[in-house]
Design a protein around this ligand. Structure first.
Ligand SMILES: *Cc1c(COP(=O)(O)O)cnc(C)c1O
Length: 385
């Protein structure tokens, strides 16, 4: 079979997802309610329990609520890697605080703990590591650093479900709060959605209140518990970040497939690794010893001795109908973030940006589609088929 084109991503939505959403639509309850409560409970249990999971309508909302619960405000500094999606830094500005960008390791694409340490000042309040592509940061070292300086950790785990650090699952491996994304092309999806996870009851209570307008009790109780009555108080100017039951119904089914999805992505990544082993390509870093990787993204880098430039490589893949992406143009190169890093240098992130390409890797990918990507990559690099 000849494959005309391979998309960068195609979601894995099966009959069970469609049935679950349809059932929710027929149930008469659409907004936050019993399905969301069940999704939160199932998510906390999936992580092994001992945490609270608070469903929100994006990872950006989870990151924002996390910084709010940690008490970040004007005059504070928050350490953010420059190689990330803009959401990681923008939430710091939501709180009126200053994002302090740090470089990443060009091999792991995660923050270098020494760079984070060097960026700490008396105003630093939170460190926000990003488990890049699903490879975990060194949370042991980051936790020790944070404790030594009295700092909090809010990790951006938008790429990292499921992954683990030294046997501890993401969401329970050293951060005070963890944010997950269920955006359409993440490792599981609710269309749009996210989850805030914390083991700290006070942080969880604050995030629950701020998730829905600062109302002092959960909407689930307000609408579904007959004893709850009509009365409520508003204790803070909160946000409108709750997740619908429609999305949660989808999330419950996708969560049940999260391990299967990870297994598929890991197998596809291994298949790419084997097919590209002889090419002039820098292959993605694997998990550190004792960690596990979610394989959300498969990012290759073109070394200096590659026969084509990164841009020519991308043009070659596009000409053959292969969908690609670039993760990411570093934040310090973006107009809005430049004023926050005047004079600072980020040589590793610049190097990665100049030579990286993300290849298609998704749960619904077929063998034929992956074979086609492999064939085109080899052809564009001038290698034997
Ligand atoms: C996708 C993503 C986000 C934002 O997730 P949303 O659910 O779309 O808000 C944040 N950080 C990183 C690293 C991401 O990839």
């Amino acid at each position: 079979m000849t494959i005309a084109a391979v998309p960068f991503f195609r979601p894995s939505i099966g009959d069970k997802e469609i049935e679950a959403v349809t059932e929710c639509l027929r149930s008469g309850w659409l907004t936050t309610g019993p399905k969301t409560a069940a999704f939160e409970a199932a998510f906390a249990e999936y992580l092994g329990g001992g945490v609270e999971a608070i469903a929100v309508n994006s990872a950006t909302a989870a990151l924002h609520l996390g910084l709010e619960a940690l008490g970040v405000g004007p005059g504070d500094e928050v350490i953010v890697p420059t190689l990330t999606f803009t959401a990681t830094a923008e939430v710091v500005r939501y709180m009126g605080a200053k994002p302090v960008l740090v470089d990443v390791d060009a091999t792991t694409l995660c923050v270098d703990v020494a760079d984070v340490a060097a960026a700490i000042t008396p105003r630093t309040k939170v460190i926000m590591p990003v488990h890049f592509a699903g490879r975990m940061c060194d949370m042991t070292a980051l936790r020790a650093l944070a404790d030594a300086h009295g700092l909090h950790i809010l990790d951006d785990a938008a790429h990292a479900l499921p992954a683990a650090h030294q046997g501890a699952t993401v969401g329970k491996c050293g951060a005070d709060i963890t944010a997950f994304s269920f955006y359409a092309n993440k490792t599981m999806t609710t269309g749009e959605g996210g989850m805030l996870v914390t083991a700290n009851p006070a942080l969880a209570a604050r995030a629950r209140v701020m998730r829905l307008h600062g109302i002092d009790r959960d909407v689930f109780n307000r609408f579904t518990d007959p004893r709850a009555g009509w009365a409520y108080d508003v204790v803070a100017p909160g946000f409108k970040y709750n997740l619908t039951d429609i999305a949660s119904a989808l999330g419950l089914v996708q969560l049940g497939r999260a391990d299967e999805f990870k297994h598929i992505r890991a197998s596809r990544a291994a298949r790419y690794d084997a097919a590209f082993a002889d090419l002039p390509l820098i292959l993605p870093p694997h998990a550190a010893e004792g960690d596990s990787h979610s394989w959300h993204l498969y990012i290759v880098q073109l070394p200096a001795n590659a026969p084509v430039s990164r841009d020519a490589f991308i043009a070659g893949l596009k000409a053959e109908g292969i969908g690609i992406s670039v993760h990411y143009r570093p934040l310090h190169q973006m107009t809005v973030w430049k004023p926050f890093c005047e004079g600072a240098q980020f040589p590793q992130a610049d190097l990665v940006f100049d030579r990286c390409v993300t290849l298609p890797l998704f749960m619904a990918m077929t063998d034929a589609e992956q074979d086609r990507v492999i064939e085109v990559v080899r052809k564009v690099l001038g290698a034997a088929q």
